[in-house]
Structure formats: C-alpha cells, structure tokens
Ligand binder design. Structure first.
Ligand SMILES: Nc1nc2c(ncn2[C@@H]2O[C@H](COP(=O)(O)OP(=O)(O)OP(=O)(O)O)[C@@H](O)[C@H]2O)c(=O)[nH]1
Ligand SMILES: [Mg+2]
Length: 373
C-alpha cells in the first residue's frame, strides 16, 4: 500500500511538461479549454513549455492521436527533456499506456491532474479520505504491467512492470482499501447528518454557495460573515471541505451560508462519487447562491458546470440567486452588458464589498419573504 500511496501523491513541482489539448468546435472554446488546463497544471506548479492542439480523432482508438502527431510530440519531448505529457481529453487506460511507451514520457490526463490537485489540497481527515477513494477508483482499471505510469509500482518508465501475480496482489489490496474508505465515508455522512439536524433545530435558513473553482466563494463568505478565517488563494480547488458560517442579513434576520468544494466543467466522475457527502450539503439547503467570476472564463461554461451538479443532485427546483463576482475587474460598459444579459443577477465584488447589501436584501427576500423596495 505504501508504494501505491507514492504513486498517487507524486510531486510535480517544476517538472518540465507539455499540454496536448483538443481542438473544440469554436476558437473560443478551444482557447478556454487550453487556458483551463494550463491553470490546472500551474496549480500543481508544473513547468509547461508548450501546448499542442489535436483534432478529435476516432481513427486511432489505441493512441488517441495519429502517428504523425506522435512523432512531432516525441521530437519535442526529447529535445526539451519533457518528463510529463498532459492530455486534456480523458484517456482510456490502454491509450495512456500506449502513449507512454511511444512518447517516452509520463502521460497523465485532465482527470488525473485534477485528482492530484485535490490530493495536494486535502488537509482534513475527511477530505483526505474522499480524495484517496477517488484516486483509487481511478487507479484500479489502470493497474496493468509493463510500461504504464503505474508501472512505477515496479520500477521506472520503460522497465518491466510488476508481474501478473504481484499486480493481482495490488488489485486485491486496492479493492480492500476502497471497501474500508467507503465505510469511513458512510460514517462521515452520518456525522454530517447529525450536524445538519442540530442546525435545523436552530431554525435558521441555510444557503449553499455553488460555483466554479476560484470564483471567490470563500472570499465572499469571509466578507459576509466578517470572520475572515476561510482559506482564500488564487489557485484551483483551494476549498475541499464544507464550512458553514452565520451571516447577519440586517434587522433580526440571519442565515447560515455553506462554502463548499469548487466545480469545474466535467468534474471527474470519480470525484463526484467520492465527494458525495460534501456535495450533499447543497441538497439540504433552503436556497442556492450560484457564484460566477464575471472577469474570466465564460459564464456559459461556469453555468454548465453548476447545472451538471444541480442535475446530478436532483435539486433543480431550489430557489437560486445568480451572483456575478469580481466586477471590480470590469469596465462600466462590460458590467452594463452583463446586467442586460442577466437582469435578475446580483453584481458584486467580494474584494471591495460592492453590491453585498443588495445580495443580503435578496437573501432576505427569498428566505424570509421580506421585499425591500
Ligand atoms: N479582483 C477580485 N478578486 C477576487 C474577488 N473575490 C475573490 N477574488 C480573488 O479570487 C481568488 C480566489 O478566491 P477564493 O475565495 O479562494 O475562491 P473560491 O471560489 O473559494 O475557490 P475554490 O475554493 O478554489 O473553489 C483569490 O485570489 C481572491 O483574492 C473579487 O471580488 N475581485
Ligand atoms: Mg474556496
């Protein structure tokens, strides 16, 4: 188990890498996808030297990309001493293994990158258990012998992997560990249930903050609760564990607001499964604040990520306020355009405090039926 742990908690800092991103339908979508994967790589402090673009190619099921492109990448990898190739599209275990052999570099896909970030950022017992479960579920189908990234279990790249017998032992151990982790998660769910029931007894409405990673959820809650102790950072997935704070809405009204794990477009399914207990906090809230970063990634992409989770949790009917953050980074014209597009939206800066009174009024209206005119 110790060696398996080594594989899933590798240090990527300063490693020379390239990104291989998929060309999307539109130029904008391609650029956004590439920028997002670059930010993910930067969060792990990888040194990205170049981004290559490839077309979605179903003609090469074994390698995802064609032999011409493989040659091009191989040349770059050897010339620039690249040790990690990051593939933006999700690779099958077979594709990942074949590409590693052909390219002579360690190959990870976007899912693995996100899993590594979660692993680095997990600080609490609960967070660590959830991340480990997600990682092992990702690892299990990839545990094969020769040449895979996981052959590090039996040595380095290009060396022979562990024998079939040994692999069988690893597989069995992983399955046992997954079973134990699932039990532990059940305990966490029970504990969360108790906490929720205690909160319910206090009869204070609960609101969940939902939104893309890095949009400013923790910053906003720090501001609103005037208790500045939630961790804020300009990187992806700073928050993994839910935290609830009491917020005074004015007069005698209060609400509890829960900050939770940030989202990303197509959040890996292994993470959604493992973070069920965390995401369930959202299910039991009275209303949602969907927070957007109005200054960077397109609103549609952020919205799609939230909708994916809302659908998954089956909470489509919950009262919901759309809030646009970081307006301090926009020009008055840009703000006006956004206001035109989202007439019901609330426009704020969690950094400067602009718009927060409006947000509190809106919360009061939704939670207590008090309309301020
Ligand atoms: N300019 C500006 N920056 C902001 C604002 N709100 C937050 N930020 C910055 O955005 C970055 C991310 O903020 P967080 O509060 O950590 O974001 P988050 O949504 O909690 O992120 P995760 O926990 O990673 O999902 C930090 O560098 C903040 O200082 C804002 O209104 N304006
Ligand atoms: Mg946060």
């Amino acid at each position: 188990m110790k060696r398996i742990k080594e594989v899933i908690s590798q240090d990527f800092r300063g490693k020379r890498s390239i990104i291989v991103a998929l060309k999307k339908r539109t130029k904008k979508e391609t650029e956004e996808t590439a920028r997002e994967i670059l930010l993910l790589a930067k969060t792990l402090k990888l040194k990205v030297l170049h981004t290559f673009f490839v077309r979605n190619n179903t003609v090469h099921p074994g390698t995802y990309i064609g032999s011409g492109k493989i040659e091009e990448l191989k040349r770059f990898i050897s010339e620039h001493k690249i040790s990690i190739s990051i593939f933006e599209p999700e690779l099958s275990p077979v594709q990942q293994r074949n590409l590693e052999q052909l390219l002579g570099s360690y190959v990870i896909d976007r899912t693995a990158l996100i899993l590594h970030i979660f692993a680095q950022h997990a600080k609490t017992h609960e967070g660590k258990i959830q991340v480990e479960l997600a990682q092992l579920n990702y690892l299990l189908p990839r545990l094969t012998g020769h040449g895979t990234s996981l052959s590090r279990l039996g040595g380095g790249l290009g060396t022979r992997g562990p024998g079939e017998m040994k692999l069988e032992v690893y597989r069995r151990r992983i399955k046992e560990r997954i079973h134990i982790l699932n039990q532990k998660i059940k305990e966490i769910e029970k504990h969360r249930n108790l906490l929720r029931n205690a909160r319910k007894k206090r009869n204070i409405p609960v609101v969940s903050l939902l939104g893309y990673t890095n949009v400013g959820k923790s910053t906003l809650l720090n501001r609103l609760s005037e208790k500045k102790n939630l961790y804020v950072a300009d990187k992806f997935f700073s928050t993994l564990d839910p935290a609830t704070r009491l917020v005074h809405l004015g007069d005698n009204s209060f609400c509890l607001i829960t900050d939770t794990v940030g989202l990303i477009y197509n959040l890996p399914r292994q993470l959604i499964g493992a973070f069920k207990a965390t995401l369930e906090e959202i299910v039991f809230s009275d209303a949602l604040i969907i927070l957007y970063d109005a200054s960077t990634i397109s609103i549609e992409r952020q919205k799609e990520a939230s909708l994916q989770v809302i659908k998954l949790l089956g909470i489509e009917g919950k009262p919901c306020i759309e809030v646009f953050n970081k307006i301090d980074l926009l020009s008055p014209e840009e703000i006006n355009i956004l206001k035109g597009e989202f007439p019901e939206g609330i426009f704020i800066s969690a950094l400067t405090g602009e718009g927060l009174e409006k947000l509190k009024e809106k919360l009061k209206e939704i939670l207590y039926g008090v309309k301020v005119v």
